[in-house]
Ligand binder design. Structure first.
Ligand SMILES: NC(=O)c1ccc[n+]([C@@H]2O[C@H](COP(=O)([O-])OP(=O)(O)OC[C@H]3O[C@@H](n4cnc5c(N)ncnc54)[C@H](O)[C@@H]3O)[C@@H](O)[C@H]2O)c1
Length: 411
């Protein structure tokens, strides 16, 4: 059994995932569309995909396409996801799920009503530190985890200026000011990818940018945002505490490791810096760095794989960490591109499995909401001087999705 998938958005990141979907034995065809048609045509030509559609509407109206992969700019996903679900397509969405509570609610309602699969491609879910901490937590090695930290530490000077210029064209400064806490999933997702808890309230402080280059300028910003760094303290549903940092002006080598985590339990703890990870109990420190990384997984992610020869590709992030369960991946992924510390291949495989088995994926709409909404509320808190705000919860995912893969064609 196999299904076809259409990429909406053929910019810098889409190539990483289009190449993997093309290689997966569960995928029969991969298409692309972009507001800038040459980008879709180039992606198709470079990766040997199956064709383009003139626009997103044509793609979701087509019976040739069973699922949609959303790789448009980060503030656009909510509406596109709902339209695709309502058109009967299964949806893979790059992060974040959405940027408002209403958009999140609309996606969850659409998933409920259509029975389609929705998955958010949160790379930190398969970050080696998160995989390791999940295993330690399942084995009871932490005791009770009462405090955890997630940092997404990505300086604007390390690739973001170029990325936003590519993404936003002449008016790029309007959107380069995207609020850090509206991109919270690489930090929150890593912490909540381990803990059996969700955030219930938050107090957040934003740091007003001082660079003066017109990027984090409220008069220019589409989001009215002048924070380039923000730190939030969350109350969790199990009584624990989560501290989250979203940093865009920071002297830190984000190409080596842009998400980092710490977990403190009553019996054991885990701490991580750029190149070192340790497990600790009450008497010893165990350096687990080699379990969680190789020089290949810690190499920088290239913004796009579409134009890379295999030789050039070798200079960028690839491979897996020892802690990753590579046995579960299809053999067609051997030597295939990977990224974000070895996470990409697992996300693609998770989505393909959920679509073919009609099962609820790992980072389903309910989990995605728990990874995304806390950041939205944290930003609101920061805008209001750090006032503590309650975070709504949409609950747990149902155990099954509704429609079969054939229902799309029968309907
Ligand atoms: N670690 C991660 O998970 C990670 C890393 C990088 C990027 N991302 C996410 O991936 C997404 C894509 O990032 P990117 O850097 O490739 O962005 P990009 O700006 O380079 O590309 C987005 C493309 O989408 C196209 N587009 C926008 N709206 C469209 C529409 N309605 N129909 C068709 N095409 C449309 C644009 O023309 C553009 O070419 C972002 O949401 C980003 O948050 C995630």
């Amino acid at each position: 059994m196999s299904f076809s998938i259409g990429f909406v958005g053929a910019g810098q990141f889409a190539g990483h995932f289009a190449s993997l979907f093309r290689l997966h034995p569960g995928v029969s065809a991969v298409y692309a569309t972009d507001l800038i048609p040459e980008r879709a045509e180039r992606l198709v030509a470079d990766l040997g995909l199956d064709g383009t559609f003139k626009d997103f509407d044509a793609m979701i109206q087509s019976e040739e396409v069973d699922a949609v992969a959303i790789f448009t700019q980060r503030w656009t996903h909510g509406e596109i996801a709902v339209k695709a679900l309502r058109a009967g397509k299964d949806v893979y969405s790059a992060v974040p799920m959405a940027i408002t509570r209403d958009e999140i609610a609309a996606i969850i309602q659409a998933v409920r009503e259509t029975g389609r699969v929705y998955m958010m491609g949160e790379t930190s879910y398969y970050n080696p530190a998160v995989v390791y901490a999940r295993k330690q937590a399942a084995a009871g090695a932490f005791g009770d985890i009462f405090y955890a930290e997630g940092d997404y530490v990505h300086d604007m000077d390390l690739g973001f200026y170029d990325a936003y210029r590519f993404s936003g064209g002449e008016a790029w400064k309007e959107t380069a000011s995207y609020p850090p806490m509206l991109y919270p999933t690489h930090s929150i997702g890593g912490v909540l990818g381990v803990l059996p808890a969700h955030a219930v309230s938050v107090s957040c402080l934003g740091v007003v940018d001082q660079r003066g280059d017109g990027v984090f300028d409220r008069a220019v910003s589409r989001f009215g945002n002048d924070f380039s760094n923000a730190s939030a303290l969350f109350e969790l549903s199990d009584g624990g505490v989560m501290r989250i940092n979203e940093m865009r002006r920071v002297g830190y080598p984000s190409p080596i490791r842009e998400s980092r985590f710490r977990f403190f339990g009553t019996e054991g703890s885990f701490e991580q810096i750029a190149t070192v990870s340790v497990w600790q109990d009450k008497t010893e420190v165990h350096d687990v760095s080699a379990l969680l990384a190789t020089p290949e997984t810690l190499a920088a992610d290239h913004p796009s794989l579409a134009d890379l020869s295999p030789t050039l590709r070798a200079a960028f992030s690839s491979g897996h960490a020892q802690v990753h369960d590579v046995q579960r991946l299809p053999s067609s992924f051997d030597g295939a591109p990977n990224g974000h510390e070895g996470s990409h291949q697992f996300l693609v495989d998770d989505f393909v499995a959920a679509v073919l088995q009609r099962s609820v994926p790992t980072v389903n709409a309910w989990v995605a909401a728990r990874f995304t909404l806390p950041g939205i509320v944290a930003h609101e808190s920061a805008v209001n001087g750090g006032v503590r705000l309650v975070i709504d919860d949409f609950g747990e995912a149902p155990e099954t999705v509704g429609a079969s893969v054939d229902a799309l064609h029968e309907g």
